[in-house]
Design a binder for this molecule. Structure first.
Ligand code: HEC
Ligand SMILES: [Cu+2]
Length: 343
């Protein structure tokens, strides 16, 4: 907190006001950002609509606050106790007043409810023509994204093109989760056996952070997500890389030993890897190297963290569905070499 002001600010503040500085700095620290998960920084039409709703409702609340507090202050002053003054006459059953204070809040609620409903319905429609369709499948504790028209499946990092409408169809493979990337807009519950929808148009190139917003078990807090909103050409380039087959491994390399270990240790039973396996218990690893993070956005995707992860997943992430497979160091190094070639 000492870096919060320099000596010139300190000198500029008169002596008797200096006690205010720590308070101001505490407020600044509490409110000074950066806020990667702020819903007050809308980055899509949906988030913008919610932001406008929020602002409108805020001003209605300000109006109510001023009216109520104003009346209260007026009455406190006007009818305060005065020596010798007569007690004010109480009013009972004033019809006009009763009607007025019933109607006014009802009207305000209508002003709030109509635009709210409109926003809710506008963003839950079926996919509009031309929208990019993405299926979001929540798992304990990671996110799977499928682009059915593009034949792309990835995890935790959702790539979207800026300026194009996307239609997310959200469902869960296990328990109830909630998809929330505040920059994109409000939360949407993700429920097994049901498909919820979210239609929105990201409007600026940015990387947005988000996370599961419905308690879903031990690693709920470790179920994070990223949304990479890219310009159309960058998005297309990403799609192209994802559509390519798995990278090939050189004969006799460490990576090739890793590929064999991948089969031997039964990793193929849970992970899709190119054409070698099609399991969907865990994330698709065909293009693992193209992701910035692993394990639900928890760790950076580098050799150190990959090694720690595969050596003992539940130690890295409480409750992890991927078990500790007790891979000895030699095989572990081979596996990492293999995974690092899967870009
Ligand atoms: C019982 C199923 C299962 C087996 C077997 C399994 N995994 Fe996993 N794996 C998972 C699940 C589930 C996750 C996601 C964990 C999470 O993020 O909470 C995961 C995550 C990963 C990740 C991180 C991927 C990402 O994008 O977040 C890597 C890498 C990985 N596993 C490699 C392996 C390797 C290598 C083996 C074999 C030694 C293996 N897994 C065996 C289920 C399994
Ligand atoms: Cu959760």
């Amino acid at each position: 907190m000492t870096e919060c002001w320099d000596s010139s600010t300190f000198d500029a503040v008169s002596r008797d006001r200096r006690w205010l500085l720590p308070l101001l700095c505490a407020a600044g620290a509490a409110c000074g950002g950066p806020f990667p998960q702020s819903s007050l920084r809308p980055r899509s039409d949906f988030a913008g609509a919610i932001d406008r709703l929020f602002t409108d409702i805020f001003w209605w609340a300000v109006l109510v606050f001023i009216l109520v507090e104003g009346l209260l202050l007026f009455i406190i002053v006007r009818y305060r106790y005065r020596e010798g003054a007569p007690t004010p006459k109480p009013t009972h059953g004033h019809t006009l007043l009763e009607i007025a204070w019933t109607l006014a809040p009802a009207l305000i609620l209508v002003f709030i409810a109509v635009p709210t409903m409109r926003t809710i319905f506008a963003t839950q429609t079926d996919s509009p023509a031309g929208a990019l369709r993405v299926e979001v499948v929540a798992h304990q504790w990671w996110w799977e994204y499928r682009y059915p028209e593009l034949g792309v499946v990835t995890a935790n990092e959702l790539h979207l093109p800026a300026g194009r409408t996307v239609a997310l169809a959200l469902t869960s493979a296990d328990v109830i989760h909630s998809f929330w990337a505040p920059g994109l807009g409000g939360k949407r519950d993700v429920i097994p056996g049901r498909t919820n929808r979210l239609v929105l148009r990201p409007d600026s190139v940015d990387t947005l952070l988000g996370q599961c917003a419905e308690f879903c078990g031990a690693s709920h807090a470790n179920m994070r997500l990223r949304v990479m909103v890219e310009a159309e050409p960058a998005f297309q380039a990403w799609v192209g890389r994802q559509q390519a087959g798995a990278a090939s491994v050189a004969k006799g390399s460490l990576a090739e030993q890793g590929q064999q270990a991948f089969r031997r240790y039964g990793c193929v039973g849970c992970h899709t890897m190119g054409t070698m396996s099609t399991a969907i218990i865990g994330p698709n690893l065909t293009h693992l190297g193209s992701r910035m993070t692993i394990a639900g956005g928890l760790f950076p995707n580098d050799s150190v963290h990959l090694t720690r992860w595969i050596a003992d997943p539940p130690a890295e992430k409480p409750g992890s569905i991927m078990p500790n497979m007790h891979v000895p160091a030699g095989d572990l190094a081979a596996l990492i070499a293999y995974l690092r070639t899967m870009r």
